[in-house]
Structure formats: C-alpha cells, structure tokens
Ligand binder design. Sequence first.
Ligand code: FES
Ligand SMILES: [Fe+2]
Length: 363
Amino acid sequence: MNKPLTPTRTLEARYYTDPAIFDREVSGVLSRTWQFAGHVSLLENVGDYFAFQIADQNLFAIRGRDGEIKAFYNVCQHRAHELVKGTGNCRVVVCPYHAWTYELSGELRSGPNIKAVPGFERSDICLTEIRIEVFCGFIFANLDPAAQPMAEWFPDVEEQLRAFVPQIDELKPLEWVEVTERCNWKVSVENYCECYHCAINHPTFATGVVRPETYDIQPQGYCLRHTTECQNLDQMSYPIDLDANAHAGDYSSWYLWPTFSFQVYPGNVLNTYHWRGLSVDEVVLWRGWYTVGGAESDVIRKLAIQDRQTTVEEDVHLVESVQRGLGSRGYRPGPLVLDPDCGVNSEHSIRALQQWMREGVDG
Ligand code: FES
Ligand SMILES: [Fe+2]
C-alpha cells in the first residue's frame, strides 16, 4: 500500500531570525560559495584596484603587470593594517601604517629598515590570495581554496547567458540601485526565486514585461533558471527590436546560489541582483543595470526607475512583512505548494533553494 504523502514544509522560522544561524552562515556557506566581487570594468589598467567584502572579510582585487586580475585579503602581513580603501590605481601597494610595499602580484618588495632584521626573508612574505573567476566580465570570489569552479556549480549558465546577451563582454554598469530590506537575506532570495506571488503583487511586471502563465523556474546545478515568454510587443512597457537576435524577445534569469542573479529582460537588457546580508534581519540588495561601454541610455535609466518603483518596491513590502511574521509566536512552517507539473503557481524552486539553505546551516 502506498504511504500517504505528506507535503514538504517550509524552513522553520529560526533559520531567518536566530543570530547564531546567521553567524554560522557567514563563517560557513557564505565563505565557501562564489560571491560577486565587482565588475571587470573597474580594473581596466595595470594597478587598478577595488576593495570589497565577502562574508565578514575585507578583500581587494587588482590588475597585475601581466594583465591578470588577482584578489587578496585586504590585510598587511606586518601588523595587520588594511591596505586599500574604495577604488584606485597604484604602482605598488603601500601599507599606510609603516609603509611596507607589495608588488601587484602580492610579494613583499620592501619595507623601512627590514634589512636590519637578522634572518628576515623578504621572499617568505606575500599577501594572502583568494580564488577568483571572471565570469562574462563579472568577478566572483570564493574564500574556499578547494571550491569547485563556477562551471561545475552552475552548468551551462555561461553559454546560455552569452546567447541571451551577445554583447555581454562590452557591457559596463550604467546604474546601481541600492535597496535596504529589513529582513533576512534568505527571505529576499526566496521571494526572488518564485513567481507564485507575481500575479497579485507585480502588476507592471506581470502585464508589461512577462507572461506569468508561461513562467517557470528549474534547478540547473546550484543555479535556478527562470524562463518565460514576454508580453505582446504592444503591451511592453519599453520598446524592443525583436529582429535584433534570437533571444531579443525573451526573458530569462539565472539565480546563482546563494547571493547573485543575472536577469535578462526582453531586448537583451542585462540587469543583476546582488544580495549582501548585513545581519540576521537586514539585507542590502544591489540592482545593476548595464549598457555597451556604459553609454547613456534613456530606455535603461527609465527601466531601472520603473523596476525600482514597481517590482522592487512591491517586493520590499512583502519581504519585510514576512520577516515580521517569522518573529510571530503564532507561526508554524506551512506546506510548500509543489505542483508536479511545476509552472508559475508552484514552489518547487523554493524546495530546491531551502534544501541548499538547510545544507548551508546544518551541513
Ligand atoms: S602594518 Fe603594514 S606596514 Fe606595518
Ligand atoms: Fe517579487
């Protein structure tokens, strides 16, 4: 006899509200996964650098004399002063504390009076390097030296993304939109990864960009791939040239577990999501918008504003309400709506995502 099926339940509230679980994620899953560092256009010339943060670690990326980009922990190997701030260009990296000087490749080059130290081996000292990958012009870093490459985590994504955004190597950021949400980073990510809520909460997106009845989200390695057809041209909220290339009329997005997503709107318009959890109940979301060479574009600027005022704003209210609800003593984790046929009104993507979230915390 078949056992009666029991619905899969959503994660318990403590995963989103317990500061100890957030700390475990910072030292665990967020330190062992590929995280967005910055766009390659910040490092056009030898010696260009930018500082960034992953988990709770200060880091920086820099273009070396051989043209290669490397990234390091942002800390001097003398007495731990931080080396760089923000963005800039340098010939060598000079520590502001006692002026130890490092090559762009991380080796110690010189330091005041170090020759006076008996047994001082300059060649023993080097900045601590971290793993990076440049993925279609986006620099990702991973604090785990043994991490699998991005192509294994996110199979076929690069090829698919290049087909949807043929101009991707020429893109530069035109606009960054920063949004603070009073919720756990996973609440915001989950909200992004299902469209069960779209029809009643996102009228502009659902009637002016995509056709919700064709929306689907499927796992592809540690990526969640969103696909849908777009609205009829006359209903689109901005103009597109459908003949430009094969995917000019398509929408798709590739959410890369855990904190980044590439999203392409019809017209091959690339935009990105980058979530940075600041504490157990606060996340900053960065929306990036890109054009060829970073050229000014009225259409993209308007689209960024439309998106901020509609979809993003609508989601802020949803995720902040959920976070308050997760703190309620009256909440019991509910069943996920898992439709065997998937589709827009199914939460099968949440089941995959919460599996990764569980593994991220419980191992
Ligand atoms: S801490 Fe950097 S030179 Fe002393
Ligand atoms: Fe949403």
